[in-house]
Design a protein around this ligand. Structure first.
Ligand code: SF4
Ligand code: SF4
Length: 319
């Protein structure tokens, strides 16, 4: 597969990356060898870009996938911590658990506002120092928020931006409300124009847009300034089909197999409003004693009707 320069980082990446969150404990929870085998297949098929995070607990899959091979993928990790020590620990943990002296890219994970970025300046300082010491090649921010993407574009120390974007604007935030794909696309262009590397997440809106497979991919591929798309694969077949899409050989009648599709509620974002419960045709959702919403996976039919009604976009469909 061809590669692109990731902005001015000096790092070359394939147009598709593998978001390893999907195979780990918070999602498909595959056995280590099964998940590692999917990663290995992606590397064999030419993908050279892997995304993980301290929070995902997926380092063991990557380590297992690389064991005994000569693959040397570009690895991104990230940390939710705010302070210097928390970030310092996360970097050391990644170096140790991935068995690497150098982590290619390390990010502040999921920055939610300019204020949140300012609250995390200790962690940001740590990233800059780790880069100066040669422990990291490039640093940046992952975000769902247009305001944060714009801030990153104006931050010369940032080498990369990892924004959320898709053709239905699902999950894009701006200020206290929702942003649009046009808002985010403009911020992405500003970032790329400053020489930052940009790789996009949630191209399929957490799984909701997989029925528009080609459209979802083509939209993000068409955006100016996006160097790579990070996709959460759950099987070898999904990897193989997307490579065919990039190479122009995909069967025009291809319809993704959604049998691995799952639903997940981001409890930190749930406001307990109950709208999803009203919408669910299967009574598969309930609110617990402290007002958080849970899914009864035994009766959830993974129809996805609940996700669009959630005002805080806390419901994520996977697969
Ligand atoms: S995916 Fe469908 S069945 Fe499952 S919780 Fe949502 S609305 Fe209910
Ligand atoms: S609609 Fe969203 S915010 Fe409201 S209860 Fe359901 S998950 Fe929580």
């Amino acid at each position: 597969m061809y590669k692109k320069q990731l902005g001015n980082t000096g790092i070359e990446v394939t147009p598709i990356g593998f978001g390893v969150l999907t195979i780990g404990g918070t999602q498909l929870n595959l056995p280590i060898e099964d998940g590692a085998e999917i990663i290995r297949n992606a590397l064999e098929r030419g993908i050279n870009f892997l995304d993980t995070a301290q929070y995902y607990r997926t380092y063991s899959y990557i380590r297992e996938a690389l064991k005994g091979t000569s693959f040397d993928p570009v690895i991104v990790s990230k940390c939710l911590d705010s302070d210097y020590r928390g970030m310092e620990y996360a970097i050391e943990e990644a170096r140790r658990e991935l068995d690497r002296d150098l982590i290619d890219i390390f990010l502040l994970h999921e920055v939610r506002s300019k204020e949140d970025f300012n609250d995390r300046l200790g962690a940001w300082e740590c990233l800059q120092e780790a880069k100066a010491k040669g422990l990291i090649r490039a640093i940046g921010v992952s975000t769902h928020h247009v305001d944060v993407a714009e801030l990153v574009a104006e931050t010369p120390e940032a080498d990369v931006l990892f924004p959320l974007i898709n053709f239905k604007s699902l999950g894009i935030r701006k200020g206290q409300g929702f942003g649009t794909k046009e808002d985010m696309a403009e911020a992405i262009k500003k970032s790329a124009d400053k020489g930052q590397g940009v790789f996009a997440m949630k191209v399929f809106g957490g799984g909701i847009l997989t029925k528009d497979y080609r459209k979802a991919l083509e939209y993000v591929f068409s955006l100016e300034g996006v160097h790579s798309l990070m996709i959460g694969f759950g099987s070898r077949d999904e990897v193989d089909r997307i490579i065919e899409m990039v190479e122009g050989t995909l069967d025009p009648n291809y319809t993704p197999d959604l049998s691995n599709k799952r639903i997940w509620i981001e409890q930190g974002d749930c406001e307990g409003c109950g709208r999803c419960i009203e919408r669910c045709p299967n009574d598969a959702l309930y609110i617990n004693d402290i007002g958080l919403t849970y899914v009864n996976h035994d009766i959830c039919i993974r129809c996805g009707y609940c996700a669009p009604v959630c005002p805080s976009r806390a419901i994520i469909m996977i697969g």
